[in-house]
Design a protein around this ligand. Structure first.
Ligand code: SAM
Length: 322
């Protein structure tokens, strides 16, 4: 499918829930009302994804949230979606708390790979940022996910001023030790947390400078793929080379190349992460799935996909899914 800017939309991000065991200071407002809707079921997600894949050409699907692993029916959701023919990439973004015990079950259900959030390798700092004293559990989860074949695995690190900017070199070394990707993410001003943005934001250029001060000699930009990250091959002072990615929604947005459509667990359609929802698929999720109605709702929502994201996000990250 194409939007009005002729962008090819083929990447669906499904937020399975707003619930998350972590309370990351930059992601989740301290007061967050519980989901008061009945969330879409595994069968609902399957119908939506089936239509988007078979009729509208979606090829990539990512499960996110909240944390998708808080859904008790996650295995069933993965199985329902994995059964759909035509998906090239079925991935999940998670905090990693359940991977040590469940990575094999996710892989067996049909999940291809995971991205895991890890903002620091300092366990006290980890507890301060996330509200959970569980850094080692996440690291064990990353190792188990690699063993279970949920690869290529990528680590996502949101970089915050006066917080984890001292961690970048260690995180690069950690990723290299496991041969996994790492992407440093610029903070986005989202919903009620937007007023903290100016004092916590660090640009990717500043992150690169910090790495240059510590471990990197030279940077060579690699051709940008369909991923939102700008990846560099960095030559390190110890003679090794590592790929380091930066996701730059604020300093250099990649809206021209946006290929995404988002759906939340209440059926709302978000053509843009930072915009408001533009309709809902619920009217099409009747006992007899209404494909024609679904296509109309999709067309109406896509008409609102703006050329560029707004300066500030309207919604809450943990609801829409980053
Ligand atoms: N709970 C899962 C996790 O921890 O990865 C998935 C949901 S989380 C919203 C997805 C990603 O969004 C994480 O990598 C998180 O660090 C990132 N994120 C959250 N708030 C953000 C913000 N304000 N700006 C940029 N990235 C953010």
């Amino acid at each position: 499918m194409f939007d009005r800017q002729h962008r090819h939309i083929h990447y669906l991000r499904l937020s399975l829930t707003s619930a998350c065991q972590m309370r990351c200071t930059y992601c989740r407002p301290t007061v967050l009302h519980k989901d008061c809707h009945t969330p879409l079921t595994a069968a609902d997600f399957q119908q939506v994804v089936e239509r988007l894949v078979s009729v509208h050409g979606v090829r990539k699907v990512r499960l996110t949230g909240g944390d998708p692993t808080t859904r008790p029916d996650l295995i069933s959701i993965i199985e329902h979606i994995a059964a759909i023919k035509g998906i090239d990439d079925l991935a999940m973004t998670t905090h990693g708390l359940t991977l040590a015990s469940h990575a094999r079950a996710y892989a067996a259900a049909g999940l291809h790979r995971v991205n895991v959030s890890l903002d620091t390798l300092d366990s006290e700092q980890f507890a301060r940022i996330t509200g959970v004293d569980a850094m080692q559990r996440v690291i064990d989860g990353i190792d188990e996910a690699i063993d279970a074949g949920l690869t290529p695995l990528k680590i996502n690190t949101v970089v915050l001023r006066d917080s984890n900017e001292d961690q970048l070199a260690d995180l690069v070394a950690f990723a290299a030790s496991r041969s996994v990707g790492i992407r440093f993410i610029e903070l986005m001003p989202m919903g009620p947390l937007a007023d903290q943005w100016a004092k916590r934001y660090i640009s990717a250029d500043r992150m690169k400078s910090l790495l240059t001060e510590n471990i990197v000699d030279t940077w060579e930009a690699l051709p940008q793929g369909s991923d939102s990250a700008q990846v560099y091959q960095a030559s390190l002072r110890d003679g090794s080379q590592e790929d380091i990615g930066f996701i730059t929604p604020m300093s250099c947005h990649f809206c021209d190349a946006c290929n995404r459509l988002r759906l939340t667990s209440d059926g709302a359609i978000y053509p843009c992460l930072m915009d408001q929802p533009r309709g809902s698929f619920l009217p099409a999720l009747t006992p007899e799935f209404d494909g024609e109605r679904f296509d109309e709702l999709l067309e109406q929502a896509l008409a609102y996909k703006a050329p560029e994201h707004p300066a500030q996000g309207v919604g809450i990250m943990t609801t829409i899914g980053g």
